[in-house]
Design a protein around this ligand. Structure first.
Ligand code: APR
Length: 320
């Protein structure tokens, strides 16, 4: 059977890391696309030349021509601009919306059967716009945010509790912005929910609140340190986990910015929710129950995403 084809739209910091991870994990052959000439070709060649050392069987190609993504099984979109210190993800909306139009049409015309994972920010609005511009089925277009936000939460929790990250599960829902909703009640260490761990005296509510806030500010913390761009290792690893779930039909239960129509009281919008990802793409949105406080936080986050989608419609009249 032929190897799967993975198209990476955007060959910047995240795109290059995605290409490297996809190759090293032998997920399939990789096509790296960018509008900048030379960069995708250079990165593809550099990674290919690591192949003999790593012992990997994967073909890599860099290109500036959408025709080369034809027949891709997975497209991961990072095209656009990242934020700089002091900027919020929302500040990127105007520029990245135009990029989503070009990318959506490129995917529509060349890889309409792909599972598309969007990483470009502001995430929830961009994945919505990308779906609109591409016209692909909703279950085949998804945004990567929840896996990353949850990974940040898990990392901070494992440090606080002094336990392996493997034993920490965490859920972060809502929009990928300041209003994201880390759910303590559904996050556990070895199966023990965080509120119980507070009661057991393993940590204090104050410390837990600080970790929740650090998770919300996780992207800005990295931007503040790097100064010239935003996070790329953890975002790339997170998208690769989602692509793997699709390609290997793993039925993983992962938080993702998915099209929600019916679950969680929502009628047709993209926002971060628990999903099951398998060969059908987003096979299910898990309709979890929220308590009053969680629901209030989720509603606030949903409102923020709605505001960004309305702003997109204000900028591009072809979006309705
Ligand atoms: N088509 C294809 N590629 C494009 C386009 C376009 N229309 N416009 C810009 N690009 C490319 C740039 O040439 C650049 O190589 O997108 C790439 C973006 O790479 P970086 O600037 O390194 O940004 P990166 O850190 O990879 O982040 C990309 O993901 O997390 C989000 O906020 C982040 O929106 C940003 C995106």
């Amino acid at each position: 059977m032929a190897r799967p084809k993975i198209a990476l739209i955007g060959a910047g910091q995240i795109g290059g890391t995605l290409a490297h991870l996809a190759a090293v994990k032998e997920l399939g052959d990789v096509v790296l696309f960018d509008i900048t000439e030379g960069v995708p070709q250079g990165k593809a060649l550099d990674i290919a030349e690591s192949g003999p050392v790593e012992g990997i069987d994967a073909k890599l190609k860099g290109t500036n021509d959408y025709a080369d993504i034809a027949g891709a099984d997975v497209c991961i979109v990072t095209a656009g601009v990242p934020r700089k210190p002091g900027m919020s993800r929302d500040d990127l909306l105007g520029i990245n919306l135009k990029v989503m139009k070009a990318v959506g049409e490129g995917i529509r015309d060349n890889a309409p059967d792909a599972f598309v994972i969007c990483i470009t920010n502001p995430l929830d609005a961009m994945v919505w716009a990308l779906r609109e511009f591409s016209g692909l089925p909703h279950e085949k277009v998804v945004g990567m945010a929840g896996v990353l936000d949850s990974a940040r939460f898990r990392h901070f929790l494992s440090e606080e509790f002094g336990v392996s990250m493997r034993d920490v599960t965490a859920f972060v829902l809502g929009g990928h912005g300041d209003t994201m909703v880390p759910l303590a009640r559904y996050s556990t260490v070895g199966g023990i929910p965080l509120p119980d761990l507070v009661e057991m005296g393993w940590t204090s509510q104050e410390k837990l609140d600080a970790i929740v806030q650090r998770t919300r500010d996780g992207g800005a913390e990295i931007v503040g340190l790097l100064k010239t761009g935003s996070a790329f290792y953890a975002p790339a690893a997170s998208a690769i986990e989602m692509a793997t779930a699709y390609l290997k039909d793993q039925k993983r239960l992962l938080p993702a910015a998915a099209w929600v129509d019916g679950a969680l009281g929502l009628n047709g919008m993209y926002v971060g929710v628990p999903t099951i990802i398998g060969a059908g793409g987003i096979e299910k949105v898990v309709d979890i129950k929220l308590n009053r406080d969680e629901q209030a936080m989720f509603d606030k986050s949903v409102d923020a995403v709605r505001g960004l989608v309305e702003a997109c419609k204000g900028i591009d009249s072809s979006l309705t």
